[in-house]
Structure formats: C-alpha cells, structure tokens
Design a binder for this molecule. Structure first.
Ligand code: AHR
Length: 682
C-alpha cells in the first residue's frame, strides 16, 4: 500500500474507531417529560439546626459577649478583671435566688478609687469578630448604689490596642433599667476583646452586659449574624428543623430543651449548660452554654424570614439514650405533652390566648403557621412508642391537622429501626425520621433505598444525614471531613430521595454549622470563624437540589431502568409546572468523564437555550476552607438546546450536574394526511 494511502486509511479508520467507541460509550438517558410520576413536596429540602459546634451562642446568634449575665458555672468565665491609672475596685457576684430564678446572678461593682478605673474585659467566643467602620450596640441592665460611677467601653485588638471609639454611660438610677450606647470600630479584628471600665468611686449593679453588631440579619435587635443567616437563606430551604438533635433530649431530663424557657424577655430566659459542653472529652468545651438568646421565637422568625416551614422537635419525656436514658414515668408525662400543646398555641393561637399573647408581645401578632412537630429526637424501643402514643393522642385530638414526626432510632437499619418502623406504621404515624451518618459507599449503594418503600404508609423525613469519611492523614483544617467525595456520594443518594419524593417528603443534612475552633462534631454543612464563613461542597450539593426542586418528578431512565449507580451514574429529573422548566440532575461518581445524551422525546419542545451547572473537583479529598472558600464551587454555563430533542453532555469525572431547560409540551399525537403520527407543534 502506498504511503499516502496508508495514512489516509489510518486516519479514516481511527476516526471511525473513535466515533464508534464514543457512540458506543455515550449513555442514553430518556427523560419522560410527559409522564410525571409523583409530586415534589414544596418543603422537600430543608435545614437542620442544632446548637452544637457553637452554632448558636458564638455562631448564628450575633451576641459577642460570652457569659453576659454571669450565669456560667464559674460566674466570671470569659471575663477578666482589669484596672489602671491608679484605679481600684472589685466585683461581687450576688445570687438573688427566688427573687429572679431565671437570671439569679448579677455583678456588684465597687470602684474604690476616685481616679483611674476598675473594669472587666470580655474575651468573646474564641475572640470577637469586629469589622472596621461598623457600629456595635452595647446594652446593660444597671442599678446605682452609692457614689457616681460611670461606664466607659471600647474594643481591643488581640494584642491590647484600642480599636474603637470610646463610649460612656452615666446617670444610672436606683432602679434596674436598661442603658444602651454604640461604638464604631476603627480596625478589623477576628480576636477582639471588649472592655467595660468603671470610673468614679461608688457602687453599680450590672447584669446582661451585651454587645451586638448593628448589622444583624434583617437589622433585628437580638438578631443573627448576617453572613451565616444569608447562607441559610440562599439555600431556599423548605423547612427549618430546630432545636436539634440530641440537645432536645438533654443528657438527663433536667438538662433537656424546654421551649418555654427560651421565649419572652431575653433577660428572663434561663441559661443552661450545653450538652455538647461535656459530650466528647477530646473536644470538651467548658465554656459552652445555652443563653437561649436564640430561642423558639427567633427560630420561628428565621423560618418565616427565609420562606421555610418551621419544624420544632420537642422532648417526649426521654433523655438521651446514649447518656442517662432517663424517662419521665408515663403517669407524669402531662407537663411534657402540655408543652407540645402550648407550643401550637404559641405559634398559631389567637393573641387572646395565653401563649398567642406572648407571641404578639414579642412582636409577631400574626400566627407562624406551624403545621408539623417532632415528638422526640433519636429515641428508640418500646419506651418511646409508649410515650409517642400519649403525645399523638393529645395532639391529634386538639390539632388534627398537625403532622407529627416520629423517631426511627439512631441508625438506618437494624433491630431498633425495624421495630419502630413496623410499630409506627401500624400507628399510622405521619413522618418517620430516619438518620444516617454513614460512609460515602453506603450513600451510593443506598441511592435506590426508597424505590421499593411502601408508598401508602407513613412518609419519610430524612431528618439527619451526612456522608462520613475517615479523617484524611495529616489533615490540618477542620473542614477536612467535608471532602468532595462525601458531597458527591450525598448527591448520588439525593437523586434517590428526589425520585421517591412521594415517600421522602423532607430531607436535611446535619449538622448545619460549626466554628472552626470550637466544634464537637464533623462533618458540618457550613464552617465559620469570627469573621468569615465557608460553604462546604456538601452545602453546594444541598443548594443545587433545593434551588432546583421542581414540582413533579419525571422518569430518567437508561435502558428502561432507573439510574442508581449503573456505570457509576445516578440521575433524577423533575419538571417545574409553574415555570415550565425541566431540571435534570446527573451525578458521575467515577474517575472518568462520561458522555451522556438526554433524550427528551418528540413531544417536548425546548423553547430556549438551557443552562448546565457543574460542581466538581479533581481530587476526592479536595475541600473548601476559610482561606480558599470556592475551590469547589458550582459553575453555570449556557448550552445550545433551543428546539433540540436531545441534549448531549460530557459529564466530568466525579461531578454533580444540573441541566435546566425551558420547555413546552407538544399537543398529543395526531394522524396527518399521509397517515403518519406526528406531534403537532403549537
Ligand atoms: O447531628 C449531630 C447529632 O447526631 C444529633 O444531635 C443527633 O440527633 C445525632 O445523633
């Protein structure tokens, strides 16, 4: 064969071969847009909030002062006494006992010297995050004794330099009253301290020494840290589950979460030790308490602000079964049940009722529209069933429209799980709360977990889940456990939740927030320090699903079968009947890129170019960190789909993809004059 011919032959042959290989390898996925199967619940993808990892005090709750009312076990924890310029004085912690049972302690400050100052410096929660040019609002409850003592305040950098203007409060009276003043920061500092200095010989009683940034979420007093609340809002969650988690149960019953202690005036909310203070010896946090400044009213308000349904979880007369396993006797369960009934009144009741009146007094006369409630957190065994039945009886009788969420135990299979699933289905429970903290492999293998669930029985609330990896060797950052591989596996699994949206009607990743220096549990959805926050890859997976949730599921099939792991491919698809969009999720968990072709069928008319959002990273252990927050970040590009019936895309190795198209359906088949069946264009 002459040389030229030989080359031509090789080129043609190779081209043919590569085309043949490519053609053979393209995965054909049929999206049956005209055959919607089930509805997607509007509150399908939600968030789980628990005060763990300094999520509330020191986190979402924007208060900067730690131990503001001296109620920690050590009354001066977080505070340091200071004096200068020849000043002297002391502080005496006085316990009012019965006179003020919820907030018994206050500080009696005695300034002994006519000149100079005596004062207190607060260290914040691992420091205070202060931003240059921003305003900070200080308030204090104070009562004057003898003499004429004033308060001067300013902010300090970690190395003790003054980083704000100085503000003064004076003219205190002999009755307790609240005094406020503002400061402006002159520098940005992640580890600032706050100085409260007393000048002028005399005695001043002080309590609730509080410092908030003026710029809280939606500018509310007693508000939330803006960047963190914004990240939650950006998820567009369908519900907010609060306040946990094990914190609902408490290590013992005395330490359980009681919502009534978290509402009303902030200074009347009784602080308790946070159960995560002592839970893990290797991550002990002796300064972890619940001030309840972020309480049930604020949770309801947050849910409303971000357009989510509130989902409170209440203690059912059982403490954590991993700790004490204490239970309230069945004949003494009434106070617990009454708390649940009263919560519905607090959320929804007219302002003429006792609890509705309190809601109105707190600034929200309109109801919060509570529609569901969890009875117990991660409980198991017959003691749970017995208590649940009494709760259900009382709640169903008074509020038949209220949906109840019940526990399925702490794990997604096994005796505890099987027992509760069977018994609670017999009880016609509304939602069974399943929890899974499992390996990435488990998540991928369970992508079809719900394809065969009973469709006519209780619904599922995937109330806590996260893929847990082994700690990578040499990992320095706290965020290391939120490696890309975990997010990828969760995405694969979530296609199965979405496909089965008639069974799984709510789902939430857990936990939500964690302070990089003060965490107890990893992985978490969002990490933060005092100034910055970082959304993990897992967050972006949640966001892709929640922001593209659609209204109806449509089949996504390969060779006529659902795609739940074949060739490392996972897919689910929804349409949004309101916006006329098709939203296809495609997850490629393999280390190779994967050409796929979406076949939309002849009845779909794609009316615009579409968009393709990719979330991917080169290495399984890649992470987002506070210093590099967008290493793994969704990228959206336009794709040419106008009037196309097929959409070819090459999925990157280890990638999560959302294809979004506007479409309309063609009219049903009609026979044309040639006797052919053709879809008719509108
Ligand atoms: O999300 C962390 C903990 O995991 C929750 O508090 C508990 O419900 C589960 O065991």
């Amino acid at each position: 064969m002459p040389f030229v011919k030989k080359i031509t032959f090789s080129v043609v042959f190779c081209a043919f071969l590569s085309h043949a290989v490519f053609a053979q390898d393209v995965k054909q996925i049929s999206i049956l847009v005209d055959k919607p199967t089930v509805k997607v619940s509007p509150n399908m993808w939600g968030i789980f909030f628990e005060d763990i990892n300094f999520s509330a005090d020191g986190g979402l709750y924007a208060e900067l002062v730690k131990n503001r009312s001296f109620e920690f076990l050590k009354p001066l924890m977080g505070w340091k006494e200071v004096k200068g310029e020849g000043g002297s004085g002391n502080i005496l912690i006085i316990n009012r006992g019965k006179e003020n049972e919820n907030n018994p302690r206050f500080g009696r400050v005695k300034v002994k010297s006519a000149s100079g100052y005596y004062g207190l410096e607060n260290e914040g929660f691992r420091g205070m995050g202060i931003e240059k040019g921003k305003t900070y609002n200080f308030s204090v409850l104070a009562r004057k004794g003898e003499g004429a003592t004033k308060i001067k305040i300013h902010l300090l950098s970690a190395d003790g330099k003054v980083i704000s203007d100085e503000a003064t409060l004076q003219g205190f009276t002999a009755q307790w009253a609240k005094y406020s003043v503002s400061l402006t920061a002159t520098a940005t500092e992640a580890k600032a301290h706050f100085a409260v200095l007393f000048e002028g010989a005399g005695v001043l009683d002080v309590d609730m020494l509080s410092l908030f940034p003026k710029d809280t979420w939606k500018g509310r007093t007693n508000g939330l840290r803006s960047d963190l609340a914004q990240l939650l809002a950006d998820l567009k969650p369908g519900f907010v589950r609060f306040p946990g988690g094990c914190i609902v149960e408490g290590r013992d019953l005395a330490n359980r979460y009681q919502w009534k202690k978290t509402v009303g005036k902030v200074e009347d909310r009784e602080l308790i030790i946070n159960r995560w203070n002592t839970e893990f010896a290797y991550r002990s946090a002796p300064d972890y308490f619940q001030s309840y400044g972020l309480g049930f009213f604020e949770y309801f308000q947050l849910a409303e602000d971000i357009g989510a349904e509130p989902l409170p979880i209440l203690n059912c007369g059982m403490a954590c079964q991993y700790n004490t396993s204490e239970v309230a006797p069945l004949d003494q369960l009434n106070p617990f049940i009454q708390d649940a009934l009263d919560l519905v009144e607090f959320a929804n009741g007219p302002v003429t009722t006792k609890w509705g009146k309190l809601r109105a007094a707190m600034g929200h006369p309109k109801p919060f529209n509570l529609k569901m409630m969890g009875v117990g957190n991660e409980q198991w065994d017959v003691q749970y069933l017995d208590r649940y039945k009494l709760f259900a009886k009382a709640l169903n009788a008074k509020y038949p429209e209220l949906k109840l969420v019940t526990s399925s135990g702490p794990s997604p299979s096994g005796d505890k799980f099987d027992y509760l699933q069977k018994e609670l289905r017999e009880q016609k429970a509304n939602f069974l709360d399943e929890h899974y903290y499992q390996s990435p492999d488990w998540f991928m293998q369970n992508a079809s977990r719900y394809d065969n669930y009973d469709r006519k029985s209780s619904k599922i609330f995937a109330g806590e889940y996260a893929a847990h990896i082994k700690e990578p060797k040499g990992a320095k950052e706290s965020e290391a456990m939120n490696a890309w591989v975990s997010a990828l596996a969760e995405a694969a699994f979530m296609t199965g939740l979405e496909r089965n949206a008639d069974v799984v009607q709510m789902a939430s990743y857990a936990p939500l927030l964690a302070h990089v220096e003060a965490w107890q549990w990893r992985p978490d959805l969002i990490w933060f320090d005092n100034l910055r926050s970082v959304a993990t890859p897992n967050y972006y997976v949640q966001k892709l699903f929640a922001n593209n949730k659609g209204t109806d599921v449509v089949p996504a099939l390969m060779d006529g079968k659902i795609l739940a792991g074949k060739d490392s491919l996972y897919s689910s698809a929804v349409i949004d009947k309101k916006s006329g969009q098709l939203l296809v999720k495609l997850v490629n968990t393999s280390a190779k890129e994967m050409p796929v072709k979406l076949n939309l069928g002849d009845l779909v008319l794609v009316t615009s170019n579409g968009s393709w959002t990719e979330l991917t990273s080169a290495n399984s252990l890649d992470i987002n960190t506070l210093d590099e927050p967008k290493k793994i970040y969704p990228v959206t590009k336009d794709i040419n789909t106008f009037h196309k019936t097929t959409v070819p895309v090459v999925l990157k190795a280890r990638s999560v993809n959302v294809i979004s198209l506007a479409y309309s359906m063609l009219e049903p088949l009609k026979t044309n004059s040639n006797g052919e069946n053709k879809p008719v264009k509108p």
